[in-house]
Ligand binder design. Structure first.
Ligand code: ATP
Ligand code: MG
Length: 506
């Protein structure tokens, strides 16, 4: 309940009477009744729209969210420390919007799209609403182009298409951000605009992401939207919508875009904080009922546009953090249900040294296989099956003491396949490198090696192919098919390299 003191009411009435013959300027000006915790209660903003920006006397900007019968509840996009009770509030008549332009590439901005990297103002002549409706059915077409992450485990078995929404989910410190950043690094030279939205993270982590992108030449095609753990919850809540608006700008200009929301759990927590302070009724896990609507509204904006609209795309990779692998909590289930699949990162795998820690068995991609290149399909088909059989066999083999020869061989193969999926951070592989790697594994060329040698062997093999069999890469790149000629070249390369490797090994 808002406590309205009688003298306050009489003051307001007196003011209204005084202003009576001055005309009707009152319409969109209100008075602050109460400010605190990033929330303001305002009296008198009669014609304000839901989601409209309001400006306080001290320059603080807020968004009117709760339109109640006797007051308006607004969230502040700032501390509001100098906002005073009784000061006036003006409705701006504008729904929250940000400036947009190509000059945003390579910049770090906050949730209001203001630069925070100290590189000066960003020129922009257009603006976009932070919240705009998702493209409808007619405006879309089905996903058919691949969005390569550069990670073998994903591109071969959980392929992602341009315009898809694929969730990255896992416990804390399981390499979620690493998967997303690798994907950005892998877009180099692919003409994809990347937007990385950091929500509620440590400033140092964001700085590290920016540095890595800069070092690897990825910042030039990337926009970073950062709201660290410090600022008001409102801005953390808005950051993903701002990122989506920036990506949309490029998408509607026929470009391919990739947006990463790191992470939506923290954004939902910010929204919970805002809602509770606004006294909206708490629901499950104290989240407000409409958190169920805020994430779909955001992720539906990712799309593959129809040819009439230019065929641009927005691929969304939202990240969600789980507690102890529990995917049945409120936010994880919600986001799982609205994405086109999920990449599950497991803490057990991560701690066992299997990195990226992708649990292939329970990860899925519902639309991406339509977008996988033919060449990749040709070699990857066997991989998933063999890994699944291996996982089953491995669990069973823990109980059996003496295994027959065939089982032992299958286990040895599985261990080597698992080894070939390991990749260091920031080391994405091209499609042809991935194909060469998988082919080597599923055709048993690694079976003769010790497990510890597999990684070294593959790294050297990929180098060997680039220097000695460049035609292999050319064929795969130009035709997108793993032709007989390509296979013959690859087999030669593996044979030659195996000989060199065994000599140098001795
Ligand atoms: P948080 O929950 O804190 O956001 P996260 O799940 O995003 O964590 P990352 O920050 O990406 O995880 O990675 C956690 C740690 O694991 C980092 O120190 C990172 O360098 C390391 N790491 C991630 N991927 C790999 C990899 N493929 N190989 C080796 N180390 C990795
Ligand atoms: Mg992270």
């Amino acid at each position: 309940m808002v406590n309205i003191r009688p003298d306050e009411i009489s003051g307001i009435i007196r003011k209204q009477i005084e202003q009576y013959d001055k005309g009707v300027r009152i319409v969109n000006v209100g008075t602050v009744l109460q400010v605190g915790d990033g929330i303001a209660r305002i009296y008198g903003l009669d014609k304000v729209m839901a989601g409209e920006l309001v400006e306080f006397e001290d320059g603080t900007v807020g968004i009117a969210l709760n339109l109640e019968s006797d007051n308006v509840g607004a969230v502040l996009m700032g501390e509001g420390l100098t906002t005073q009770e009784g000061s006036s509030v003006e409705a701006t008549g504008k729904i929250a919007q940000i400036p947009v332009s190509d000059a945003y590439l390579g910049r770090v901005v906050n949730a209001l799209a203001q630069p925070i990297d100290g590189k000066g103002q960003i020129p922009a002549s257009e603006s976009r609403l932070i919240e705009s409706p998702a493209p409808g059915i007619i405006s879309r077409q089905s996903v058919y182009e691949p969005m390569q992450t550069g990670l073998i485990a994903i591109d071969s078995m959980i392929p992602i298409g341009r315009g898809q929404r694929e969730l990255i989910i896992g416990d804390r410190q399981t390499g979620k951000t690493a998967v997303a950043i690798d994907t950005i690094l892998n877009q180099k030279g692919q003409d994809v605009v990347c937007v990385y939205v950091a929500i509620g993270q440590k400033a140092s982590s964001v700085a590290q992401v920016v540095n890595t992108s800069e070092e690897r030449g990825a910042l030039g095609y990337t926009i970073v939207v950062a709201e660290t753990a410090n600022p008001p919850a409102t801005l953390q809540y808005l950051a993903p919508y701002t990122g989506a608006a920036l990506a949309e700008y490029s998408m509607y200009r026929k470009q391919h875009t990739l947006i990463i929301h790191d992470d939506l759990s923290k954004q939902a927590q910010a929204y919970r904080q805002m809602s509770l302070l606004l006294k909206r009724p708490p629901g499950r896990e104290a989240y407000p009922g409409d958190v169920f609507h805020s994430h779909p509204r955001l992720l539906e904006r990712a799309a593959k546009l129809s040819p009439e609209l230019g065929g641009g795309s927005m691929t969304a990779l939202p990240i969600v953090e789980t507690q102890a692998g529990d995917v049945s909590a409120y936010i994880p289930t919600n986001v799982i249900s609205i994405t086109d699949g999920q990449i599950f990162l497991s803490a057990d795998l991560f701690n066992a040294g299997i990195r990226p820690a992708i649990n292939v068995g329970i990860s899925v991609s519902r639309v991406g296989s339509a977008a996988q290149t033919k060449a990749m399909k040709q070699v990857a088909g066997k991989l998933k099956l063999e890994l699944a059989q291996f996982a089953e066999l491995e669990a069973f083999a823990q109980f059996a003491s003496d295994l027959d020869r065939a089982t032992q061989n299958q286990l040895a193969r599985g261990q080597r396949l698992r080894e070939l999926l390991k990749q260091s951070q920031s080391a994405p592989l091209t499609v042809e490198e991935q194909i060469a790697t998988i082919y080597t594994g599923v055709n048993g060329y690694l079976d003769v090696l010790e497990i510890e040698q597999v990684k070294k062997f593959l790294v050297q093999l990929r180098e060997y192919i680039v220097t000695n069999k460049p035609q292999f890469g050319e064929i795969v790149r130009s035709t997108k098919v793993f032709t007989e000629r390509a296979e013959a070249l690859l087999r030669e390369a593996i044979k030659e390299h195996s000989e060199l490797f065994s000599i140098s090994g001795k």
